[in-house]
Design a protein around this ligand. Structure first.
Ligand code: PLP
Length: 390
């Protein structure tokens, strides 16, 4: 490969020999097209006309008064399909088209990335197959149907714990024998090089817009930027606009709540160094290196690894990562719904919960929260937790 894909010692491409040619071809194409005028013109067109960019940076007046800080929300929840994921699926889908690929595959946990990929497959008329653990297929029937409505085929995965990490393994297995026709569209800043670098590139648009918008509104940079961290793509996207600005604090909110089996899911705060899905980063694993299940009430934060660049930013102290409990996230969910009329995704609610804690100890600061997605998909979970029968 041309680059080593390392962030300090993290990252890299720890994959079977069989996958190297596919990764090399992808790296080469990405490095070529990321600066290609025609590619970028088409990507910008779809981001604007199809996905709905730019998204507003909304001053949350009521929440600001309530918490004693100036709070801005980057409204990724307003994008088509309801979250930031479409920035990446559009970028990679278009790249696949420019590479002449005639088939897309993707992995999905709860279904959000599967839907964002199925939609792009439909837009670009590229046949799409989505790997999904059979356990998740059972739990997320509505999302499976949504993918099928967009013309995608959902492949239930019966291996291992039959959840996200097993779906990723099966997608890699498919790709190892199909990469001449197929692009594997990974959904976050994880996996082997070039994925972490490439997904960050396609999510950078969040950080770029936010910086321009906050400078226009406030005439200065914010004190802190807070985003939730699953694999790490929405946070990497918004952080990338401010990494060079040392005076801006960067905070990642991890799913630190107890899952249904009582285990915690905060990878950087509670994990150890290890290799998962082709890159060195922090991983939730036991003493024998067996991958543990990540657990959070929000499906999008339920990944037992985290993007390698976050491990790097954490090791340098440039960004800080804190676990946010289920209770704190639910408070965040209710706060935004009640005070701003915006129902946030449970994932994003972790960032709001984090902001509430931060505001308590840092009155008067300017806080930007990346509102990664909308919460329509999560209202039934909230109702159940609140004991409301729908
Ligand atoms: C998938 C998802 C996340 C987590 O993924 P990242 O790659 O860490 O951004 C966060 N928020 C929402 C709304 C999601 O759908």
């Amino acid at each position: 490969m041309i680059l080593d894909g390392k962030f300090g010692k993290y990252g890299g491409a720890f994959v079977p020999e069989l996958l190297i040619p596919a990764l090399e071809e992808l790296e080469k194409a990405f490095l070529k097209y990321k600066d290609d005028e025609e590619f970028n013109k088409e990507l910008k067109y779809y981001l604007r006309e199809f996905a709905g960019r730019p998204t507003p940076l909304y001053y949350a007046k009521n929440l600001s008064e309530k918490l004693g800080c100036k709070i801005y929300l980057k409204r990724e929840d307003l994008l088509h399909t309801g979250a930031h994921k479409i920035n990446n699926t559009l970028g990679q889908g278009l790249l696949a088209k420019y590479m002449g690929k005639t088939r897309l595959i993707a992995e999905t946990g709860a279904g959000q990335h599967g839907i964002a990929t199925a939609v792009i497959g439909s837009l670009l008329q590229i046949p799409t197959e989505v790997y999904m653990g059979s356990e998740d297929v059972e739990r997320q029937k509505l999302n499976v149907f949504r993918m099928e409505l967009s013309g995608a085929k959902v492949n239930p995965v019966e291996n291992g714990s039959r959840t996200l990490k097993d779906a990723i393994n099966d997608a890699f297995r498919d790709w190892a024998s199909s990469s001449d026709t197929t692009h594997y569209l990974i959904g976050s800043t994880m996996g082997p090089h070039p994925y972490p670098m490439m997904v960050k590139h396609f999510q950078r648009v969040i950080g770029k817009e936010t910086k321009t918008q906050i400078l226009k509104n406030e005439g200065k940079l914010p004190d802190v930027v807070i985003a939730c961290v699953g694999g790490g793509s929405n946070s990497m996207g918004i952080f990338s606009g401010f990494i060079e600005d040392k005076e801006v604090e960067l905070i990642g909110a991890e799913g630190g709540g107890e899952g249904l089996n009582g285990k915690h899911g905060s990878t950087i705060s509670a994990g150890t160094e290890g290799i998962l899905h082709g890159s060195l980063s922090f991983v939730l694993q036991n003493d024998d290196g067996q991958i543990s299940e990540a657990h959070s009430i929000s499906a999008g934060l339920d990944y037992p690894g985290v993007g390698p660049e976050h491990a790097f930013l954490s090791s340098k102290g440039r960004a800080k990562y804190y676990p946010v409990t289920n209770e704190e996230a639910i408070r965040g969910f209710k706060l935004l719904s009640e005070y701003e009329g915006i129902i946030p995704a449970l994932e994003s609610s972790h960032a709001i919960g984090m902001a509430e804690k931060y505001a308590k100890e840092n009155k008067g600061k300017t806080i930007i929260i990346n509102l990664s997605g909308r919460g329509d998909k999560d209202v039934d979970i909230l109702a159940k937790l609140m004991g409301v029968k729908l």
